[in-house]
Design a protein around this ligand. Sequence first.
Ligand SMILES: O=C(O)CCC(=O)C(=O)O
Ligand SMILES: [Fe+2]
Length: 331
Amino acid sequence: MSAVPVIDLSPIRGTDAAAITALGRKVDAACREIGFLIVEGHGVSPDLIAEVRRESHAFFDLPEAEKLAVRPPPGTMLRGYTPPETNTLARSRGVETPPDMRSLFSMGRPEADGTQYADIPEARPFYQPNLWPGRPAGLRPAFTAYFREMERLSTEIMRAFAVGLGLPVGFFDDKIDNHFAALHALHYGARTTPAAPGQLRAGAHSDFGSLTILMPPAEGGMGLEVQRPDGSFAPVEPPPGAYVINIGDLMQQWTNERWVSTVHRVVNPEGEGWAKPRLSLGFFCHPNYDAPVEALPGTVPAGEAPRHAPVLAGVYMNQKISAVRRPVATS
Ligand SMILES: O=C(O)CCC(=O)C(=O)O
Ligand SMILES: [Fe+2]
């Protein structure tokens, strides 16, 4: 049994006002209690998901030197190849562990060409052009089509969020129309050598942005765990074909902590589980770089101060992403 509620998103694409209000209520309850939901009725084609998985595997199976050719140059973030064991998610919470046992292939908005936010130097690394390897040839079209679907789905989920928060349905639309979302194919490689003590496939962390849309590995949840309020971890076990959605820190701040950005991790397999790679697809929604994130109307009780100072979405993200990538301290 999964600790995460299952929600049918399809009403948000219809005109039944009562069904949309009911959806908003369910979303609000899930985001308050656990910050995670399992979403069905998302409308993404299973064939497209299978194609993106196939192309991702073909990329990760390339020789390392070929993958390294699309390592992002300095001044470019959230693009191309991130080699195994170079990021440490636990550090985003100030916890030092060995690096996560995964590698990434990442893309951002197809429109990004380095001209967006030209007047904000710190924003530019997030709006650089994508980096595409010479092969597999099908990677770019499959990822681009999937990215468009994720933009559609994330806009719909943000609308359900607005309804759940008692705001006008389009409240977030103009805060995400110049977003710097990243699509990451997350590859947890097969392994014959043991993990280091304390080393996980993905260390415990909360996500940083507004919302994450995760297509778990084809085999099922396989190791994704969410932290319960008592500190223990529960496995997330979505039915095949469903997305796992969770909110990130920026949404927690936007809602003045009415909603929780829950800590989660990917634990290591046992025994023969190491023989196979694990591949998940994560679409990480980051609002517009300059979207002001401050307590939303109606979230601060009368007589109380907001729990967080206002922050620009991109400034917060920049800090968190840099912490995860910080080189290991040498003494
Ligand atoms: O691969 C997964 O199942 C989850 C990974 C994750 O939580 C993350 O990359 O933020
Ligand atoms: Fe995460």
